[in-house]
Structure formats: structure tokens, C-alpha cells
Design a binder for this molecule. Structure first.
Ligand SMILES: [Zn+2]
Length: 408
């Protein structure tokens, strides 16, 4: 009998991935300049803005989007939206089609018409990141890359390790020494190689060297001040907007609260709704609201430089921590006429427990969305006609630290 190896890697996929012919290039989110696709593989964002000292993300640009949106078959999960993404097919583990669940009693408490939570913890590795990873890997494979790299001490690393191994690629996850055991264990089990560095800040030059000297394909940012993650991958988040439209077509959200770090998912959801407006399916963009563990984007919206060191509270919101912002996050808020809200640890813990009592067990960083909605409701931000959707970004089984619910 042949023993199954516990160290082997899948052979590289025989599948070929080809760029969507409707893609015309990459557009800077800040200056609007249109570039060729290659610039999206550098991890540096817009070269013109970077030269001027303003790091800014690129976003995929298309021509003539397919108007037959209704023919996307739900049984194919996220792959059904391929014609609106940079790659019409990509390596998949079955991501997408996450549930949108109503929270009627909490909606009444907040004084709004409807409240829903889209449970992204249902994705294959338990977070929204799988949508980005899948599309990003199609790009890496088309370019013939053997190794993909991400700076992550959490969900992005776990997602990349899983998808890369399944597709026959090597993955390197650059993390800090204090990476939580739940994530480190998952990354290692998938065959991802952990590069542990003493501090979070040391991750950036290390990853940059792996990209620029060793030729690894970058999935996440390595600049400081940062840009967003890989622009091809971010397009995967557009499918969150598409699915919300499918599920709530007749009661479209007027606002979506998103736990935010560097704005990848917020930018992707904005691009997805912009597509739906361009296709004539949605009349108005929902306001996007960033829930953050400190007044980072709150301050940027009030005039602080997005490139500066921004305030963050002492907290356990590991997946949305850090003291930086990105231009793409700021841009998504401005374009959708949204806002940002700072939430504290205690409020997130209370909201996590409340959601758990509704059957929804989320990572504390994901429960920050409800804490943000509650704070804004108390400030009178919503009115009684508002339909609010919370993005539950990650499953609670991944919580990096113990949370003592008896104290709440
Ligand atoms: Zn630019």
C-alpha cells in the first residue's frame, strides 16, 4: 500500500487562465491615469503617484460590461461572475454564495427599517479573503509564477496557503512572531511557509525583497505608507456586491458597514456596486461605512493626511488593527458618500455576543461592524427608512484570543 505523504504538494494545475478580454488596463484610484496590466504585478500601485510621494492603488478597468447579468447561474457560486472579473475562470474551493440573514429585532433597536448580516465566515477558509485569493492566483498562474507571497498574520495568509497548495503553487506568508496559533496552524497545515519577523514593521522590507529579488508574486501590500492588496485580487470582492444585489434586489441596502483595515474589501464592494449602476440594475450606490478600531479614516475624512500615522485604540480587533490608512479606502467612502466610525473593544465584545445569540459566531473584528452601526445609530446617523447590511468578514472559530463573555 502506498502511504499518503504529509509533505507533498499538489502538482501544478494543468488549467490555463486567461485575462478577460474586456479588461483595458489598470486605472489609478487617485490620479485616474490608465496603465497597462503589468504595473498591477509590482505591488507598488500607481507609479506616478508613488513618485510624488502619494502611494495609491490601481483598479481594474473594463470596456463594455456584459449586460446579461441575470444569466449568472447561482449553482456555480463565485465563478459564475467570471465575465465581470479579470479572469473568467480561476482556482476555486467553492467560495461565494454566503448567506444574507435578517436581524429584525436588532434593526428595531437601532431604529432602522432592516438590518442584515452577510456571513462571509461561510467561505472555504472562513473569511472573505478567499474571494480575493482565488482571482489573484489566476493572475499568478497565468504569469507562470511558482511562488506567491503575502504579509499577513491572519485570514489572508490562511486563505492564500490553502488556495496556493490546492493549485500546486508554493506560498510564503510573512508574519510577526506573535501570529495566533489558530492561523499559524492552518497556514502550516496547508503547506504555507511562515517567515516570522520580530515586528510587524519588519514585514514590509522582507516581503519587498522576496518580490523584487526572488520574483515571488505579491498578493498583499508591502509599502509603508501602504497601498491596497493586489488589484486583480481585489476584483474578487465585487462579487459581494453582486450577491447582495441578487439577495436583496427589492430592499437594497442604503448603507453597508464593513470592518476595515486597508480598504481592500471596501474598494471591491464599491467597484461591484458601480458595475451594477453602470448596468442599470441599481439606481444608487449604498453608503459604505468603515468600522475601525480607532479614528483613522474618521480623521482622514476630517482632513488628516491619509499617509500619516493615525490613531488606533488598544484592542483585540487583530484583523483590522494598525495605525495606517490607504487612499483606496478613503476613496470608497468619498465616492459612496459614506463615513467611518471608531469602535472600542468592549462594544465589539458585546456585539459579538449578541450576534452569537442569533446563531452567528464571528471573529471579534467582524462583530465590529455591528458595534459601528450601533454607535452611528446612537449619533442619529441613520433614519427610519435605512436598510443596513453588516459584512461579517470572518468566522469566530478563528478568534486569535480568548474573549471572556462572562464579563459582558
Ligand atoms: Zn496615480
Amino acid at each position: 500500500m502506498t502511504h499518503l505523504s504529509d509533505t507533498g504538494r499538489n502538482p501544478p494545475a494543468a488549467v490555463e487562465y486567461q485575462i478577460n478580454p474586456k479588461m483595458i488596463g489598470l486605472k489609478c484610484t487617485r490620479c485616474g491615469e490608465l496603465f497597462g496590466l503589468d504595473l498591477g504585478d509590482t505591488g507598488l500601485g500607481c507609479s506616478s503617484c508613488l513618485e510624488q510621494g502619494f502611494p495609491a492603488s490601481l483598479a481594474c478597468a473594463y470596456e463594455n460590461l456584459d449586460h446579461d447579468f441575470g444569466s449568472c447561474s447561482r449553482s456555480k457560486k463565485m465563478t459564475r461572475f467570471g465575465r465581470y472579473l479579470p479572469y473568467e475562470s480561476f482556482p476555486t474551493l467553492g467560495e461565494g454564495n454566503t448567506a444574507v440573514l435578517p436581524l429584525a429585532d436588532i434593526a428595531r433597536s437601532l431604529g432602522i427599517a432592516h438590518l442584515w448580516l452577510k456571513n462571509e465566515g461561510q467561505n472555504p477558509t472562513g473569511s472573505h479573503k478567499d474571494r480575493m485569493t482565488a482571482v489573484c492566483l489566476a493572475r499568478a498562474i497565468e504569469l507562470g509564477k511558482q511562488t506567491v507571497v503575502a504579509a499577513s498574520s491572519g485570514n489572508a495568509g490562511a486563505s492564500l496557503a490553502a488556495y496556493a497548495s490546492a493549485a500546486g503553487l508554493r506560498s510564503v506568508i510573512v508574519c510577526s512572531e506573535d501570529i495566533a496559533p489558530a492561523w499559524a496552524g492552518a497556514i502550516s497545515a496547508h503547506g504555507g511557509e511562515l517567515h516570522k519577523l520580530k515586528s510587524a514593521d519588519e514585514r514590509w522590507p522582507h516581503m519587498r525583497k522576496l518580490v523584487e529579488e526572488d520574483g515571488f508574486y505579491p498578493v498583499t501590500n508591502f509599502l509603508s505608507p501602504p497601498v491596497g492588496s493586489n488589484p486583480f485580487g481585489i476584483e474578487g470582492y465585487k462579487t459581494i456586491a453582486y450577491e447582495i444585489f441578487e439577495d436583496l434586489e427589492h430592499e437594497m441596502p442604503t448603507a453597508i458597514v464593513i470592518p476595515n483595515c486597508r480598504g481592500d474589501v471596501m474598494a471591491g464592494i464599491y467597484y461591484g456596486f458601480r458595475d451594477l449602476v453602470d448596468l442599470g440594475l441599481v439606481q444608487k450606490l449604498p453608503r459604505l461605512i468603515a468600522a475601525e478600531p480607532g479614528p483613522r479614516l474618521v480623521n482622514v475624512l476630517s482632513g488628516s493626511d491619509y499617509r500619516g500615522v493615525l490613531p488606533v485604540n488598544e484592542n483585540h480587533l487583530t484583523s483590522i488593527g494598525g495605525n495606517t490608512a490607504t487612499f483606496q479606502a478613503f476613496n470608497a467612502l468619498v465616492q459612496t458618500k459614506g463615513t467611518a466610525v471608531a469602535v472600542d473593544n468592549e462594544a465589539a465584545v458585546v456585539c459579538r455576543k449578541l450576534l452569537a445569540r442569533h446563531g452567528l459566531y464571528l471573529e471579534l473584528s467582524a462583530a465590529a461592524a455591528l458595534a459601528g452601526a450601533e454607535k452611528l445609530a446612537a449619533l442619529g446617523y441613520f433614519d427610519t427608512a435605512d436598510n443596513v447590511l453588516l459584512l461579517g468578514t470572518s468566522h469566530g472559530y478563528k478568534e486569535p484570543r480568548e474573549v471572556d463573555f462572562d464579563k459582558t
